[in-house]
Design a binder for this molecule. Structure first.
Ligand code: FES
Length: 58
């Protein structure tokens, strides 16, 4: 991500995907959450700006 930032891309313009272990895929089981964000329901596509706000769990 620093490479894109150094090239002048804003955090809101950089998109990527997250993967996490999932079970229900509906935002019900809580298996895929990072803080209060559910990768299955809220993603899996996130901007770098969104990812920077996630808790550092990994
Ligand atoms: S897979 Fe169950 S909450 Fe995301």
């Amino acid at each position: 991500m620093p490479v894109l930032t150094n090239l002048g891309f804003k955090d809101e313009d950089v998109y990527t995907t997250l993967e996490n272990r999932m079970k229900c895929g509906l935002g019900k089981c809580g298996r895929c959450n990072i803080g209060n964000v559910y990768v299955c329901k809220d993603g899996p596509v996130f901007t770098y700006a969104q990812i920077k706000k996630l808790p550092q769990e990994f």
